[in-house]
Design a protein around this ligand. Structure first.
Ligand SMILES: Cc1cc2nc3c(=O)[nH]c(=O)nc-3n(C[C@H](O)[C@H](O)[C@H](O)COP(=O)(O)OP(=O)(O)OC[C@H]3O[C@@H](n4cnc5c(N)ncnc54)[C@H](O)[C@@H]3O)c2cc1C
Length: 369
């Protein structure tokens, strides 16, 4: 079997990895360089933010993926020598208004959680702002250093005999299978490529690309901006989330502050307004960090889909065309499970995860589409 994968973000790379591991030949086509778009820009929290607020199909993918992450990172480290720095440091929710549903959600999933009083909070997390009153701490939640994870996946595919990664290969059109030819793509260069299946993992650009084939999907870009600071390694005991903004401490002392949610089309510029929003968040969460110099600010385009539920499966009416896109704010955490749902369906197997909630056909059936 031969498969073309369009898009070299976390979803395209992980689908490619799973397919070559199953003995499938893969041609991964990336418009620029792999791993430079949303998957690079993201924070790498291996959990949805406020996970109790999400629809069950998102939770189902997240919990499978959270279990898969340690083995994935270990395998990639063995295969490539690149450590994706999966850190199970826990996530602290400060002054969360919906603590009760959060605790009920965690209890229903046997997910460990600790309720911290004001005194406990400030004893364990001494740099918190003075007005931090309550804390919910989920000690098992992790983050991954996503740029390293993307590098490791590229390195693994780069040396796999069944994988071919083409850079600067922009797909202009997807071509469903028809009498006389297999499914395929047309590149901007005019070159035609064919395979047994085409899997579109083009993130925020997925709907735009498929519009040419007459497919309407409710996937659109939502810009997110982040800031980067540096402090002494270990200064923050774990990740912290307050009023929709978060801090993620990397192993080497870098700390990410995210993120904004902006409707700006495909514009990936950073803005001063977002810079002020993020700097205010740093001051509100961990004031001492705000005294450190800002090292960098960047933006990425998340692939929004209604309710954050991605589209994973065959495109109705488009023989041989599949998609795996629309993970919105959770594409990094969901990626191992998304790739599993896609490959199980593509290989005609009954998988561990029910693929029904993610079917692309739902876009035309539900009012949200
Ligand atoms: C600021 C920010 C913070 C985030 N934080 C987190 C987090 O903490 N945890 C989490 O789980 N998620 C997070 N996310 C979301 C996550 O990053 C995305 O959901 C995920 O990266 C989407 O992956 P993708 O592979 O679908 O898309 P992308 O990474 O965008 O990859 C799509 C690829 O397709 C390529 N492409 C597009 N069109 C074509 C074409 N026509 N031909 C060839 N190639 C094409 C693009 O160049 C790109 O490389 C965050 C996102 C942002 C922006």
């Amino acid at each position: 079997m031969r498969v073309i994968v369009v898009g070299g973000g976390i979803n395209g790379l992980l689908v490619s990895r799973r397919l070559v591991q199953e003995g499938v030949s893969v041609q991964l086509l990336e418009r620029g360089e792999p791993g430079q778009e949303s998957s690079w820009a993201g924070g790498g929290i291996v959990s949805p933010l406020y996970p109790w607020r999400y629809a069950e199909p998102v939770t189902a993918l997240a919990s499978h993926a959270q279990q898969a992450y340690p083995a994935l990172v270990a395998a990639l480290r063995d295969e490539t020598g690149i450590d994706s720095e999966l850190e199970r440091c826990g996530l602290l929710f400060v002054n969360t208004p919906d603590a009760e549903p959060a605790l009920a959600w965690a209890a229903g999933r046997q997910m460990p959680v600790q309720t911290l009083t004001r005194a406990e909070l400030h004893a364990g997390w001494s740099g918190l702002a003075a007005d931090a009153d309550t804390g919910l701490f989920f000690p098992t939640l992790a983050h991954v250093r996503n740029p390293r994870l993307l590098q490791a996946l590229q390195a693994m595919l780069g040396r796999h005999p069944l994988a071919q990664v083409l850079i600067d290969a922009e797909v202009e059109a997807v071509l469903p299978a028809a009498a006389g030819h297999a499914a395929g793509v047309r590149l901007r260069s005019g070159q035609l490529l064919h395979a047994d299946a085409v899997v579109v993992c083009a993130g925020a650009w997925t709907a735009q690309l498929l519009a040419g084939a007459g497919v309407t999907l409710p996937i659109r870009p939502v810009r997110g901006q982040m800031q980067l600071y540096k402090t002494a390694p270990g200064s923050l005991p774990g990740m912290i989330l307050r009023d929709g903004h978060y801090l993620i401490p990397r192993r080497d002392g870098h700390v990410l502050c995210g993120s904004t949610l902006e409707d700006a089309g495909f514009d990936k510029h950073t803005t001063e307004v977002a810079g002020q929003e993020l700097a205010a968040a740093v001051r509100a969460i961990w004031p001492a960090l705000a005294k450190q110099p800002l090292l960098r600010q960047w933006a990425g385009l998340r692939p929004f889909a209604p309710n954050g539920v991605p589209f994973i499966g065959p495109l109705p009416g488009q023989q041989g065309i599949w998609i795996n896109a629309g993970q919105f704010r959770n594409g990094l955490v969901l990626a191992p499970a998304s790739a599993e749902v896609l490959t199980d369906q593509l290989l005609g197997r009954q998988g561990r995860i029910d693929p029904a909630p993610y079917q692309p056909g739902r876009a035309s059936q539900s009012p949200e589409g």
